[in-house]
Design a protein around this ligand. Structure first.
Ligand code: FMN
Length: 373
């Protein structure tokens, strides 16, 4: 019954809705989706109707990770709900958790438009939002009196402005956001890998990261803390980041963020050549392989002692299962939902339970890292 429901919605999405959406500017469609999500989320009846279309649950998908209960492992990745306006509707769309942000110390309008493009055949997006968000103060006020039905991740980045370039200024900006959300959300993600901002990614450098984590540790945060990684970091750099994560008792890693690499063989050259040179970073299928390699590497290197959230190019249950077998305990996505439709969350969860049962696993944790142990 659930499969039939999903198949019908999937057919309608791919043959009708997506064709209409893809005729419009991607950022406009994103804004309309946020508006629709806010309207649906504000009304109990709309939320329940939405759940009828998209929900799916199975005990085999339940997990307790770092003290947090997840009904299923599929989460919304950071960057879709930039101002935390969808926390009421996303549980009805079937997500097991969601991450909001990235939030920054100062409000930020982001980079000049256009700043979002589709690579339709490549199955990816080129993103150059530049951390557009209303700023930590405003957004934390929005969330302070709201509770989320699903675990909520707070993703903080560094304000995209010449004023935050430099390690000390950057750290102060991160701390401002982190402090605003001290009592909000179930886990914290420190995004050290936003590629489209002033000053690049200084905190993927171990020395700067050490200084940042030292100051974060003084806040004595009780929530699990994750680092959001850039894809394709050299192994020696990953090793140093892992050492720091150990030293500061971080919970784990999100592997990974967008990629700047335009030479990836998954990218269709005629599509990327239409996007202005040197602008933006890529999501979706082109980042899948490097994210998977990073998941496997970190899982092996940490001997499974750190929690890995796998992210990048997940479009199907098979894609999610692959990341789990390489070492991810949880999965996040955005691009798969845009290309396949919102029912893809339920499709992935249903497919995952079938794959786990097929392979004789009684829980997700039994499958985590099985291919690299
Ligand atoms: C439109 C868009 C905006 C994004 N903005 C952010 C962001 O603000 N912070 C962040 O940590 N990641 C951001 N990302 C990266 C995603 O969270 C994710 O790591 C990446 O897209 C790979 O997953 P996907 O292939 O499922 O989209 C963004 C991605 C997209 C597509």
């Amino acid at each position: 019954m659930i499969k039939l429901r999903n198949d019908i919605i999937s057919f309608l999405y791919e043959n009708l809705l997506r064709r209409v959406f893809f005729k419009f500017d991607p950022e406009k469609v994103h804004d309309w989706t946020i508006l629709l999500g806010r309207i649906l989320g504000n009304n109990l009846l709309f939320r329940e109707i939405t759940a009828l279309f998209f929900s799916f649950s199975d005990p085999i998908l339940k997990q307790n990770i770092a003290g947090i209960s997840f009904a299923n492992p599929i989460g919304l990745s950071a960057g879709f709900d930039k101002n935390a306006q969808l926390i009421k509707i996303m549980p009805s769309v079937g997500f097991g958790f969601m991450e909001v942000g990235s939030f920054t110390g100062q409000p930020c309008l982001g980079n000049p438009k256009p700043r979002l493009w589709r690579l339709t055949k490549t199955q990816g997006l080129v993103v150059n939002y530049g951390l557009k968000n209303e700023g930590a103060e405003v957004i934390s006020q929005r969330l302070v009196n709201q509770s989320s039905e699903i675990p909520l991740g707070i993703n903080v980045g560094k304000t995209n402005s010449p004023d935050t370039v430099g390690v000390e200024k950057g750290i102060n900006d991160y701390l401002k956001s982190i402090q605003a959300f001290l009592n909000i959300g179930d886990y914290l993600t420190i995004n050290i890998s936003c590629p489209n901002t002033y000053g690049g990614e200084p905190f993927t450098e171990p020395d700067s990261l050490n200084l940042l984590l030292e100051r974060v540790s003084e806040l004595n945060i009780k929530k699990p803390i994750f680092l959001k990684m850039a894809p394709s970091l050299p192994r020696e750099q990953i090793d140093k980041i892992i050492e720091l994560a150990d030293q500061y008792h971080l919970t784990g890693f999100i592997c990974s963020n967008l990629s700047k690499d335009r030479s990836n063989s998954k990218i269709i050259p005629e599509e990327i050549s239409k996007i202005p040179q040197g602008i933006g970073s890529i999501s979706g299928k082109p980042v899948e392989q490097s994210a998977n390699e990073q998941i496997a590497y970190i899982y092996q290197k940490t001997r499974g002692q750190k929690v890995i959230i796998g992210c990048g190019g997940v479009f199907s249950a098979e894609d999610a299962y692959k990341k789990i077998r390489l070492g991810a305990s949880l999965i996040q996505l955005i691009t798969g939902m845009i290309f396949k439709g919102p029912q893809v969350i339920s499709q992935i969860n249903l497919g995952l339970s079938q794959l786990l049962e097929r392979d004789g696993f009684k829980s997700i944790s039994q499958a985590v890292g099985i291919d690299v142990k």
